[in-house]
Structure formats: C-alpha cells, structure tokens
Ligand binder design. Structure first.
Ligand SMILES: Cc1cc2nc3c(=O)[nH]c(=O)nc-3n(C[C@H](O)[C@H](O)[C@H](O)COP(=O)(O)OP(=O)(O)OC[C@H]3O[C@@H](n4cnc5c(N)ncnc54)[C@H](O)[C@@H]3O)c2cc1C
Length: 386
C-alpha cells in the first residue's frame, strides 16, 4: 500500500494549485457576490487546461486519467470556492460518468466532447417534491410511443436547473412499481414542453442554479434513453462516483477553512501572545487536522479501489458521510476560532460554513448514507417502509 501520489500526480496538484490560487480568487468573489455560474469563457479555459472530464475516456475528448486525478484537480479548484469548481465537479463526477458507462456510442459522441471542452454541462435530476430520500417514489413518467418517450412530471432541487445545457432525468419508463420501473433519459434544454420554475436560493452554493423543472408532454427520442426501466441499480452504481465528487467538495471546503484558520491563529494575538500558544486552541487545530486527514484517506481509498470503474457503495458512502461531517465541524470550529472576524462576510469562513452544510444534504443525506453503510455491513437492504 502506497500513500504517496505519483510524481505525475504531484506535478498535476502543484500546477492546478498554482493556476487556482493565481487566477480564480477574483472570479470566485464575483460568483459569490452575483450568484451567477462561471462564464462560458472560464469553462472553456478549464476545458483547454484538461480539467473537465480528466477521468473520462480519451476517445471522447476526456483526459483518460484516473478518478484520483480528478479528485486532485477538483480539490485544488474547490479550495478557492465550490461555485467556481462546479463545472469540474459535474464533468468528472456528475451524470456524464453515467453516460460514459451506460450510454450508446452516439450519446457518448454527442455529449462527452462538449462536456470536456466546456461547451456543455450535464446536470442530474432525480429529486421530486414527494421523492427525496424515498427516491423510488418518484413519479415523473416517460411513456414510450414508437421511437419517442413522452415525459410528464415535476422535478426539484436539480443543481444547474435552468442553466445547464442537458439533464439526465430519472423517470418511470414502464408500469413496474418502485425501483423496477425507473430508468433515465437525457433531455436537452429547449425541448418543447420542458420549462423551469423560479430560481431557488440556497443558504450556500451561490453560483449554482437550482429550480423546479416541469415536463409537459416533452418528446424525447428513445435513442436518448440512458438506462431503461429495471436499471435503477446501475444508476445508483454510477451515483456512487458522484458521492466521491461530493466528498471532494466537502474535503476542499474543510481543508481551505483549516488552512485559513491555521494561519490566522498563528498571527492573531490576544493576552500578548498568538492564539496558537493557548492549549485549548492547539487541541482544536489538532482535531481539525485529524478529521481532514481521515476524510482524505477515506476518499482516496474509495477512488483508488474503483480504479477507472465505479466505487463500492460502502466505501463511497463512508467517505461521503465522514467528509460531510468533517466539513461542517471544521468550518464551525474555524469560524469560532476567528471570533468576530469569522462571522464577518469580509472573511471566507462564513461562506465556507454555508457551503459545507449543503453537501451533507445533496447526493443523499448523511443519515441515509449511514443506513447504506449499515446495509452493506450486514448484506441486506433495510426496508424503510415496514
Ligand atoms: C445543495 C443541494 C443540491 C442538490 N442537488 C441536487 C441535484 O443536483 N439533483 C437532484 O436530483 N437533487 C438534488 N438535491 C436534492 C437532494 O438529493 C435531496 O434534498 C436529498 O436527497 C434529501 O431529500 P429531501 O430534501 O426531500 O429530504 P427528506 O427526504 O424529506 O428528508 C428530510 C430529513 O429526514 C431524514 N430522513 C428521511 N428518511 C429517513 C429515514 N428512512 N431514516 C432516517 N432519516 C430519514 C433525512 O436524512 C433528512 O435529514 C440537492 C439538495 C441540496 C440541498
């Protein structure tokens, strides 16, 4: 077992860090202030640098590298802000990975190169007003008529809704009840009958659009079926990788909060000496460091064991839960250690705390992940309905 990044990965990390620290702080401030996603020009720049879909197959324009390489890139950019990093998150860990695994050649050819060049973002749309944790209660229906699917239903909380160019929409593709009838189709923005509600405004995640999405007899060619009815478990397998992206975003938020507060407590003096000289402060700094290192190791385990395939549900859920809780703990402690300055919008901690919270809800809540972990341990699914 080797805990050291390869020389190529270390070089990648240094080059992304340099780019992110030099070129992204200003744009991250604008994204936070204006609550607008990164511009097309910036997404295309990410594409030129090879950051988008670095772990997608090279034959379709991806980088052909590992999920660990994608984690390295995403962490460095997300340490600046999750809003600026969101297109990288979507390209490396979002539904395009499901397209790479399960899509037809035609779908891969039409989507992946555009995602990797920064010209297209694909969002995932699973949740509905009545189906959050109980995802298999979803009602959005795709009736197949000849070579068309007629989509009807309402979706909620889709990150990117209204802004992304395309959506992988989970829906019922036959009459089978529960998970059995669920598949997914690719729907492009602009399809007649496909519309968006007013924009949601979250506590954090500024620069990431979210809105209800309405499907009113939207006609989609059957060639845009990504996964047919009966393939729900395939979708969840691909979603295990999304959880590793979620973990990376949490880790980046926690790590950057930690880096900021460590410098702060070494600088800030009270009672005539730097805060770090107080033992109570030292203990908190040590606890933060332990949690961040553990979160990183759990994430690396999940993606390294997956190689270029999909991670195990147990390892990705353990990593996600731990990193989600770590990000919340670390940003909370870091904010407290900065006193009034931590609570001020002049400093980055309050934003990091707001962003940290969302990752423990997005991608399946922390408690639902814990149920997954227990289920994997005993080799059975716990029926939540009985
Ligand atoms: C920032 C953000 C981004 C998101 N992005 C997307 C996206 O891109 N695409 C998408 O489809 N969705 C997205 N979501 C939606 C997200 O997946 C859901 O919010 C999440 O699955 C929880 O569903 P819910 O909000 O309906 O909460 P509910 O399911 O109503 O759960 C509420 C609370 O009850 C708990 N709970 C529910 N059932 C159980 C149980 N059986 N046992 C124990 N506790 C339980 C949950 O843990 C939670 O704390 C996003 C959400 C957020 C906050």
């Amino acid at each position: 077992m080797n805990f050291t990044l390869t020389p190529e990965q270390q070089a990648l990390q240094i080059s992304v860090r340099k780019f992110a620290q030099n070129e992204l702080p200003k744009v991250a401030i604008e994204i936070e202030r204006d609550d607008q996603p990164p511009s097309l020009a910036l997404k295309q720049r990410f594409g030129e640098l090879g950051y988008l879909g670095i772990n997608l197959p090279s034959q379709y324009g991806g980088g052909g590298l590992s999920h660990l390489d994608a984690v390295i890139v995403l962490e460095e950019v997300a340490k600046i802000s999750i809003g600026v990093a969101f297109p990288i998150f979507e390209s490396c860990f979002g539904p395009t990975l499901a397209i790479a695994h399960f899509g037809t050649d035609q779908m891969k050819e039409s989507v992946i190169p555009k995602v990797c060049s920064g010209d297209m973002v694909v969002a995932v749309s699973m949740s509905e007003p009545e189906a959050g944790s109980a995802l298999t209660d979803l009602k959005t229906n795709g009736r197949i008529e000849g070579d068309k699917i007629i989509l009807n239903g309402t979706k909620r909380w889709c990150s990117g809704a209204g802004h992304s160019e395309a959506y992988v929409v989970y829906c019922r593709l036959d009459e089978s009840p529960g998970a059995k009838g669920i598949g997914a189709v690719l729907v492009h923005k602009g399809a007649p009958g496909f519309s968006f509600g007013k924009r949601d405004h979250h506590m954090g995640f500024r620069g990431v659009y979210s809105a209800d999405m309405y499907f009113d007899n939207v006609k989609v060619p059957t060639s845009d079926i990504l996964v047919s009815a009966g393939g729900f478990s395939k979708l969840m397998d691909a979603f295990d990788l999304e959880r590793c992206g979620n973990t990376t975003m949490s880790l980046a938020v926690g790590q950057s909060a930690f880096d900021f507060v460590l410098a702060y407590v070494r600088e800030r003096k009270q009672f005539g000496k730097p805060l770090i000289e107080f033992q109570a402060v030292q203990l908190q700094i040590a606890e933060m460091k332990m949690q961040i290192d553990a979160a990183r190791l759990l994430l690396y385990r999940a993606v390294v064991n997956a190689a270029s395939d999909l991670p195990s549900v147990a390892e990705s859920s353990v990593a996600k839960c731990f990193a989600n809780e770590t990000a919340r703990n670390v940003t909370g402690k870091a904010m407290q250690l900065m006193g009034g300055y931590g609570y001020s919008k002049e400093f980055p901690l309050e934003q990091k705390m707001r962003d940290a919270w969302g990752w423990g809800i997005a991608g399946g809540s922390i408690d639902i992940q814990k149920i997954n972990i227990a289920a994997a341990l005993v080799g059975k699914r716990f029926n939540q309905r009985l």
